[in-house]
Design a protein around this ligand. Sequence first.
Ligand code: BJW
Length: 253
Amino acid sequence: MMRESTIQTIADACLTARHVVVVTGAGLSAESGLSTFRGPREALWSRYDPMRLATPEAFEQDPALVTRWYDWRRQAGLQARPNAGHLALVCLERIVTASGVGFTLLTQNVDRLHHRAGSVNVYELHGSIHEWRCTVTGQSFEPPPQPFQEFPPRSPFDPRGRLRPAVVWFGEPLPAEVLRVAAEAMESCDVFFSIGTSSVVYPAAGFAEQVIARGGLTIEVNPNETPISGRVNHAARESSGSWLPRLIAHISL
Ligand code: BJW
């Protein structure tokens, strides 16, 4: 468990920083009951083959399977509630911005739990599972919460169209505006948190290295080791739902 004095150092750095940037991954939502992608227990893809489900090729080959899986995850997301980690990040944003420090939250998660918790300056790197897009017109919308009745769902925009989740699959570009915000954030960031991500999927996996190269303070929160663990200044081998509230207690003191 990370020492209180180390957490105090990190808390002080947040209040004197120019720009605090947080990158989150599926581990942050694990304590809301949502499965992670990789990792020892309950990982989504230990039961399903990712290459069959999260690529444009998989959707082309078996759109029924892919959309059924995403609708199942959409339902799970709708029933989940933000956990102590999400709420602590809301507090962090409020406290640092009140002190005149910039704050940007870049999430790889598609579950919208940061928004529902109350985070404001949050950007979705990999889209949202709550938005679905027409394969013909490219228009997207938020479907009603009830499960779809057919797979793949019919598009309301064009009779020839089907719906796919507006998420970013392997080999697809991230939203241009979000990439621009992320690039700017990396340029000005002097305190960087990597929370609940295995740090293997790019471009997010490369963010920590950019901050390290510029001499910023880097912190990882993850019960397990990742490729960046040995590179960051501080690695908290703890769950985000327990470590982040400890950070807030030190900032609020
Ligand atoms: C806890 C916890 C607790 C558990 N508390 N922690 C450079 C080098 C090599 C390859 C590439 C590269 N650049 C691009 C690539 C290719 C590719 C890539 O990265 N491949 C790698 C696998 C090698 N990247 C892409 O294709 C990206 N696109 C792109 O770069 O486009 C360029 C382009 C430009 C122009 C034209 C065309 C293309 C797109 C990547 C999209 C990723 N999509 C997915 C699916 C999204 C939809 C969905 O949700 O289904 O995103 S894949 C999946 O992985 C999902 C996640 O967001 C992402 C990351 O996973 P994450 O969040 O890290 O979760 P896990 O499960 O891996 O880890 C959870 C962690 O939590 C674990 O470490 C646990 O220990 C921990 N944990 N409990 C704290 N309580």
